[in-house]
Design a protein around this ligand. Structure first.
Ligand code: ADP
Ligand code: MG
Ligand code: MG
Length: 499
């Protein structure tokens, strides 16, 4: 059996019960010792639930867990109770999803805008330059993507200083955890059905989360639009992926609900086995591909050689539906996020003033580094900012003293090197005491959370087939960590409890 949770770090005496997750003073609430014992029991139930319901990831300790399915599984790192989240902010975040979906689509059609907004970044960031090069080639061919599929995740934090919901970023490629995220909501509901009375928590206040089935639906309907019954969905993956079960959940739904078969290939395999026929059909290993769904290709490390870039170009040139296309990918870069936040830029892409106002309300301060005044402020008060390069996947941002040192160094270098980064207002969510379960161990720690809202968008020429909010993912990290990758071991998967 799991031991009762232990405190990882001393909790400040000032922390009151209400700052601790979930545990509302209920009539039947057990004393402190009883509560610890109950959390231990819950943690064991949770770990069992994860195992029997596929809320699992590959275990780092097993070297084969990232390459061989079914080997070396461990329950996903989770919080034991859902995070309290005000219903008004939840509603606000959900309403933003279809607007962001639409925005991405509109911006993606303006190739000149993407090229010019990223033109200085390109000079100093080789990775962005390579993406732009593919984009430019498609522009030169006047290549039109009639069928466009977006599977996005817009991430937010609640800023305690301003009491507002602010966007961290919008992911347009490889948005992760739609599969496992839905399961965490179900796990928390199950736990509250059993323990909620004692804790004073009602399982009905956890919003339904259909992210996995809705993403599968979007992929299935895109496949149907492509209109080739014998074609496959190609999932492009990294050679080693410990988060493969999140991906297999989508594969499974696709097969069971839509009868659509998937193939799983790395960029290198696509290069070796792929070709584009004269009519534009992408064929991998003899099989026609209707939809290319990228769960790799967002980081420079995904392209260790020219072969991977050739694969990316090959797929882009084909008639297969790309999720994302090179344009959708570029729209999701941090630089474009910053450009869209400038005055009068949203107006170029959207007509509805209310929608524009809603988007703008969710924007934190974002600046390019040619704004000397902001760079000066950031050097003076580095803790109020985050310095971001054009990267995805966590662990790339710069904070605090490193931020100051980096800015000073970049300023000295003169030239264009500042153009590789953007500056962002640092958001400060309230922390709370949370019971976490990782690798079968339960412990409590001070945490902050980030809410991701999934969105699916599918259109064929003028017909918008889907424009939906599709469930959510809460990620919770110990507040002492700047970045909280779940895979990196700092964060856990979580769900929300509406208050
Ligand atoms: P990535 O594409 O690598 O996920 P993000 O912009 O999401 O890049 O940054 C990674 C993490 O850094 C976020 O999940 C969040 O924990 C933290 N972070 C990013 N921007 C901010 C911000 N403005 N204020 C506070 N934390 C931030
Ligand atoms: Mg990202
Ligand atoms: Mg992120």
């Amino acid at each position: 059996a799991l031991p009762a949770p232990r405190r990882r770090r001393a909790v400040p005496a000032a922390m009151s019960a209400e700052a601790s997750r979930g545990v509302e003073p209920a009539e039947a609430a057990p004393g402190a010792a009883g509560q610890q014992a109950m959390l231990g029991e819950m943690a064991e139930d949770a770990a069992v639930w994860c195992a029997v319901n596929g809320l699992v990831v590959g275990d780092r300790a097993d070297p084969r867990s990232g390459t061989v399915p079914g080997v070396g599984l461990v329950h996903a790192p989770i919080s034991l109770l859902p995070a309290r989240f005000p219903a008004s902010f939840w509603k606000q975040a959900c309403e933003l999803a279809p607007i962001f979906n639409e925005l991405v689509d509109r911006v993606s059609l303006d190739g000149e805008f993407l090229q010019s907004a990223l033109s200085r970044t390109k000079l100093v960031d080789e990775f962005t330059a390579r993406l732009l090069e593919i984009h430019e080639k498609m522009m030169a061919l006047s290549k039109k993507e009639d069928i466009r599929l977006g599977l996005h995740r817009s991430d937010y934090m609640l800023d305690s200083e301003t009491n507002s919901l602010l966007q961290i970023e919008l992911n347009t490629i490889s948005s992760s955890f739609p599969g496992l995220g839905s399961l965490v909501s179900e796990l928390h509901r199950t736990l509250l059905n059993q323990y909620g009375k004692v804790l004073g928590l009602d399982s009905k206040r956890i919003p339904q989360n259909w992210a996995a089935t809705q993403f599968a639906e979007a992929l299935g309907r895109a496949w149907a639009e492509y209109n080739n019954d014998s074609a496959f969905v190609l999932m492009v993956v990294q050679p080693e992926e410990r988060n493969m079960y999140d991906q297999y959940w989508l594969v499974n739904h696709l097969k069971e609900s839509y009868g659509v078969k998937s193939i799983r290939k790395t960029l290198a395999q696509v290069e070796a086995e792929g070709q584009v026929l004269a009519d534009g059909t992408l064929v991998i290993d003899g099989r026609a591909v209707a939809v290319v769904y990228f769960r790799a290709g967002y980081a420079p490390t995904d392209y260790p050689s020219e072969a991977e870039w050739r694969a990316r170009l090959l797929m882009e040139q084909s008639s297969a539906i790309k999720c994302p296309s090179i344009s959708y990918h570029l729209v999701g870069t941090k630089k474009i996020q910053q450009e869209l936040a400038k005055p009068n830029v949203l107006e170029r892409f959207l007509d509805n003033e209310e929608d524009i106002a809603k988007l703008r309300r969710s924007f934190a301060g974002l600046w390019s580094l040619d704004n000397e005044e902001i760079v000066k402020s950031a050097i003076e008060k580095p803790d109020l900012f985050v310095l971001k390069p054009q990267r995805e996947g966590g662990g790339n941002n710069i904070y605090g003293r490193d931020l100051r040192d980096t800015l000073i160094k970049l300023q000295k270098e003169q030239g264009e090197s500042l153009a590789a980064y953007i500056l962002m207002q640092r958001i400060f969510p309230k922390s709370s005491l949370t019971p976490l379960v990782r690798g079968g161990d339960c412990f409590e720690d001070l945490t902050i959370s980030e809410l991701g809202i999934y969105g699916a968008y599918l259109r064929n020429k003028d017909k918008v087939i889907l424009n939906n909010q599709c469930g959510y993912l809460m990620r919770t990290k110990v507040s002492s960590s700047n970045e909280g990758g779940v895979a990196a071991g700092f964060a856990v998967l979580d769900s929300i409890y509406l208050t």
